[in-house]
Ligand binder design. Sequence first.
Ligand code: ING
Length: 314
Amino acid sequence: MTRPLILAVAQSGAVQLSDSRQANVARLCKMLDEAADNGADIVVFTEIALTTFFPRHYAEDRAEMDEWFEREMPNAATKPLFDMAKRRGVGFCLGYGELTPEGQHFNTSILVDKSGNIVGKYRKIHLPGHDEFDPSRKFQHLEKRYFLPGNLGFPVWNTMGGNMGMCICNDRRWPETFRLMGLQGVELVMIGYNTPSENSQDASETLEQRKFHNRLSLQAGAYQNSTFVAASAKSGNEDGHHMFAESCIISPAGEIIAMTKGEDDEVIVAEIDLDDTKFGKSTVFDFARHRRIEHYGPITTQVGPRIPDGSDNT
Ligand code: ING
């Protein structure tokens, strides 16, 4: 038995502060059309796909940043994307800033099925950066200022022929993210990322090191949970701030099977078989047979490290 799926990743090139949502959604529609022309079942868009990466900009009054958030989804700006996806019979994953009716702000991703229904929502749990202006940094990364930590856990949905999950950007650096979805049998993890090419606190870190850490995080997550991973970058130069690309599709064996070549809007497509996740899940990563949870307690009871003081060198 096989479960073929044609998977597309739609990488977004730079979105400038001055770009309108309408113009940006038109770019996303163009990529969805291209993916659909290539037979795609699902298209993975990036994190904060509708606007520039606004957490790099400081505002004393946080309410000033509400203009970068969506109060409902779909809405007037995104309706063309939902309509086109439904017309083309394509599902998609989309990242954006969510402002709830209760006034809460999240870095959110939704999963939309081929009928245009929102079947899943994820809110970014691991928020990097800081919450106050930090003059010591070369540039700001204020996700802790503008977003609350996600409150929906790491759900997995059985939809569009498989077990699908989502996470967002910094989440991919934390193995707990993938493992919690692995414990729900995830077969495809869809991720968007907006990752600066420089380290705002360490000028010595090279672009190649940062790209390596991206690939390492994605490939490890895929391999250690025997799942496909599809990761979509926002890349290029946004108002003088560069973010790297390397959007990619990764196999359950942890191998990169497709990667973008440039830093602009670019679609990559791979024909995959979700049944290729089964071998790893039934052998080396047969969680039920191999995991020893009686030893894992500190992972959920301890936040930071407890360093041994050397007195107990038995
Ligand atoms: N961006 C970056 C990311 O996790 C970062 C922030 C970069 C953190 C490099 C640590 C190291 O890819 C977002 N939006 O999370």
